[in-house]
Design a protein around this ligand. Structure first.
Ligand code: GLN
Length: 500
């Protein structure tokens, strides 16, 4: 899988790299001034990936291809051609995002060795703007999980403490940015899979509003929840990549028809500490029994500091909180049971080989062997909640809760600009600790699934460090399609309220 035996790379290993990355703007300045090249940057990341192989963040690395592309981009710059917005930006993508002629397996045995026949729209947009895709990243199988332990490639490790999980499902993508193996990475977020690993790894992770980034070429888990999200080390970089990825797409009818938006952040306004943001703090979320006391304290302190600096911060009631996780797991497993029915051994990937079988036993054996335990659990759960006699009791009820949540959220954003809450109730879990208790793992999604149920944009900001040594994030949510306020407010918070 990890094809690091390329002789071109061996040549580049000998180069003493002076390269360092802070953000895309700086990198572009360095390129303009001739202080670095795309080739140097790419070679640097390839070496870092080789050194960090044990973290198991990437499952495939496109060595010669990325070096070739880097050289081509350097030549383009030399010829003074018009350059893309992400010129030479080194990106890694989650193993659920299709890239033509590259393996895409959703970290599942059932898609073993499957090669993508087309580019996802996200990849098309990245390439159009001159990005370099360096490889694809480990994740939980079909993006189901919170630890990156349900992967056919084995677990990915948190680079800050290798005994801890990096979070999931986009764990590999988070570690790729955390450990400096690329500049930016893409993940997918159905119930927190970008924000939760960003929280555990101490980086920024955004899930835009539903319908902002095309899902064309994103392997589906639960289609009315799934969104591609972005991992980065700075809000400015997040804004730049979101600018490239958002916009209408003929291949995805759920994407907004709004023109592509720009998200350039006004340094002046966003940096100013005193302001008049109207911020809501969900009382039932912050007072929830599952929340770590230190996380709670630090968020309250932040709220006090914001108030002192002139912002309006109000605690508001949110009594639906305990219905959020059940509604999410009923609806997403229902959608997953339907989405994953296409993996039957006939059309894609793994096929159980036994010619004597009849058709239904062939399907059964293929699916039993091809899917992992967590995926099978969810397919069964989803099939059950959709079954005759139970549909109204589970699926319909969960849809009703979703509607109530959407209505309540609309009300909140009539009065407030942003909502703040924790991203996860605890810091990164010990490896293996969630494997025996899937319910505990599901309950830890309490703060992230809300934004997917309501379609709102949400981000996890690495503002805090726990006394246990691990980082944790603040989650910010804004109104549907209000990514600009989300980014500006985040920029202001990161500039003024980072506590370590
Ligand atoms: N932890 C959530 C789940 O297991 C998140 C998944 C996701 O966002 N892809 O469903």
């Amino acid at each position: 899988m990890f094809a690091l035996c390329d002789c071109t790379l061996a040549f580049f290993y000998k180069i003493p790299f002076l390269f360092s990355f802070t953000n895309i703007e700086e990198y572009h300045k360095q390129l303009d001034e001739g202080k670095t090249t795309c080739l140097e940057a790419t070679s640097y990341y390839l070496e870092k990936i080789a050194q960090a192989k044990h973290l198991n963040a990437l499952v495939e690395v496109y060595i010669s291809e990325s070096l070739e592309r880097a050289k081509h981009l350097d030549e383009k710059r030399k010829r003074s051609e018009v350059l893309g917005k992400l010129h030479g930006v080194v990106v890694a993508i989650k193993d659920v995002i299709c890239y033509k002629d590259h393996k895409v397996t959703a970290a599942s045995g059932i898609l073993k060795d499957f090669i993508s026949l087309f580019d996802s729209t996200a990849v098309t947009e990245l390439l159009k703007e001159d990005a370099i895709v360096i490889g694809n990243c480990n994740c939980d199988e079909f993006a189901m999980g919170s630890t990156n332990e349900n992967s056919v490639y084995g677990k990915a490790l948190n680079a800050l403490d290798e005994t801890k999980v990096p979070g999931g499902s986009s764990g590999g993508s988070a570690v790729a940015v955390q450990a400096g193996l690329c500049m930016i990475s893409l993940g997918s977020d159905t119930g927190g899979s970008v924000r939760q690993p960003a929280d555990f790894c101490g980086i920024t992770g955004i899930k835009p509003s539903y319908g902002v980034i095309s899902r064309h070429g994103l392997i589906a888990y639960a289609s009315s929840f799934d969104q591609i999200g972005i991992f980065s080390n700075s809000i400015g970089d997040t804004a730049k990549v979101l600018e490239v990825l958002n916009g209408p797409d003929v291949y995805d009818s759920t994407v907004s028809h709004q023109e592509k938006r720009t998200f350039s952040l006004s340094h002046q306004t966003a940096k100013s500490k005193t302001g008049t943001y109207r911020i809501a703090l969900l009382k039932n979320a912050i007072e929830h029994e599952s929340l770590d006391q230190e996380i709670k304290r630090k968020i309250y302190t932040l709220a006090d500091n914001l108030k002192e600096d002139g912002h309006e911060v109000s605690e508001i009631d949110f009594s639906l909180i305990d219905f959020i996780v059940p509604a999410y797991y009923v609806l997403t497993t229902a959608e997953a049971s339907s989405n994953l029915s296409r993996y039957d051994g006939v059309r894609y990937g793994y096929r159980y080989q036994d010619n004597g079988d009849n058709l239904s036993s062939f399907y059964k054996k293929t699916r039993s062997k091809g899917f992992g335990k967590e995926v099978k659990r969810r397919i069964m759960l989803g099939t059950f909640v959709l079954s005759e006699g139970y549909y109204d009791a589970y699926f319909t009820k969960a849809q009703q809760i979703r509607r109530l949540l959407v209505n309540q959220t609309k009300e909140i954003f009539r009065k407030y600009d942003a909502l703040i809450l924790p991203t996860v109730p605890t810091t990164a879990f010990e490896s293996g600790s969630m494997q025996k208790d899937p319910i505990a793992m599901y309950l830890a999604d309490i703060y992230t699934v809300y934004a997917n149920l309501t379609g709102t944009p949400a981000i996890s900001l690495p503002l805090f460090k726990h006394t246990n040594g691990m980082p944790f994030g603040l989650q910010v949510i804004t109104n549907n399609y209000d990514e600009l306020t989300l980014l500006e407010f985040s920029y202001m918070l990161m500039n003024n309220y980072k506590t370590y």
